[in-house]
Design a protein around this ligand. Structure first.
Ligand SMILES: Cc1ncc(COP(=O)(O)O)c(C=O)c1O
Length: 344
């Protein structure tokens, strides 16, 4: 099976497994796990932040990020299709007890002007707007890259208006690989940054929240509250460390594969791709022919390709380190056969 449902499906490589098997471990709640410490230090250094905290998932990382940056009853501004609001099980309401104000972005990007207009006035009637969350790259918009200049304008606005900025950088590695802008140049614009090791980088488990020493100390306590204080976590942190050291530069291969897939299927009758929206390793594939995305997903499975339907007429394909250029050619051939059945 060729699996292009998500970049979360990757399995540890033999070299990564060997590194994990030999990992020196300790009790990380006592802060005695050398692998976790190395991972946190290297991640923080790469992002130009004082500290990082290893957590089990991107969801936990984001939600601790929201939690440490807000107080109960505050309002958080985010883009309508962002992960934090849509796919984290309502956690901002449950954990941080904040209101979310969603703004319609263009390919996942909200502007500083939109944010400025959405900030509540500071009077007793309104919730205090204290946090803005951005996502780079933006998953549901199709792996789109946030222009750094727009992020900078939002970051400046946050400073002026005494608001914090959290960056969901689950795929920040992809943005940096595609643009050549180092991760730290994006990260410097945000107070807290969440990065994932278990997406394009191919580690089996984990994410990190990065920020100032003070914020990360508070985050450590929140992680404990959530049951995310792990013991000999070095076994899994080693996979993340291996991925961080070895798998960032190869992301451009995934991007080239995604572009090839996008351009080829866009030529097929009954199928359309917004090529300008393909920036990294995600391709949103619209079915203009006579079938739903779910039906096409089922037909693709029969062809040996796993792909998810994201909207009634839109599929999402994600390339990653377990998808070769040959696999992409096979997926294109499968789409071509299906195209002949669904063209209207
Ligand atoms: C943009 C983004 N943020 C956060 C997450 C959450 O990560 P996790 O599945 O590790 O909780 C995802 C997951 O796909 C994501 O795409």
């Amino acid at each position: 099976m060729i699996d292009i449902r998500s970049d979360t499906v990757t399995k540890p490589t033999p070299a990564m497994r060997a590194f994990m098997a030999n990992a020196d471990v300790g009790d990380d709640v006592y802060r005695e796990d050398p692998m976790v410490r190395a991972l946190e230090e290297e991640t923080a250094a790469l992002l130009g932040k004082e500290a990082a905290l290893y957590v089990p998932s991107g969801t936990m990382s984001n939600q601790i990020g929201v939690w440490v940056n807000t107080r109960e009853g505050d309002e958080v501004i985010c883009e309508r299709d962002c992960h934090i609001y849509n796919y984290e099980a309502g956690a901002p309401a449950l954990l941080s007890r904040v209101l979310m104000k969603t703004l319609q972005g263009a390919r996942g990007v909200i502007s500083a002007a939109q944010v400025e207009e959405a900030v509540n006035p500071s009077n007793i009637h309104a919730a205090a707007t204290t946090l803005v969350c951005l996502e780079n790259t933006h998953n549901k918009a199709g792996g789109t890259i946030y222009p750094r200049e727009e992020m900078e304008r939002i970051s400046d606005l946050c400073k002026r208006a005494d608001m914090r900025l959290h960056l969901d950088g689950a795929r920040l590695w992809n943005a940096s690989a595609a643009t050549g802008i180092p991760e730290r140049d994006y990260a410097e614009l945000a107070d807290t940054v969440s990065v994932c090791f278990s997406k394009g980088l191919g580690a089996p488990v984990g994410s990190a929240l990065c920020g100032s020493q003070e914020v990360i100390e508070r985050a450590r306590r929140k992680r404990k509250i959530l049951g995310g204080g792990m013991r000999q976590a070095g076994i899994i942190a080693a996979g993340a460390l291996y991925a961080l050291r070895n798998h960032r530069t190869r992301l451009v291969e995934d991007h080239a594969n995604a572009r090839r897939l996008a351009e080829a299927v866009n030529e097929l009758p009954g199928i359309k791709v917004d090529l300008e929206g393909v920036h990294t390793n995600i391709v949103m594939i619209e079915i203009t022919g006579n079938a739903t995305a779910q039906q096409v997903s089922t037909m693709m499975k029969e062809e040996g390709v796993l792909i998810n339907a994201m909207r009634p007429k839109v599929l999402r394909a994600v390339t990653h380190l377990d998808v070769s250029s040959g696999d992409v050619e096979k997926a294109i051939e499968a789409f071509a056969r299906i195209s002949r059945k669904i063209r209207s």
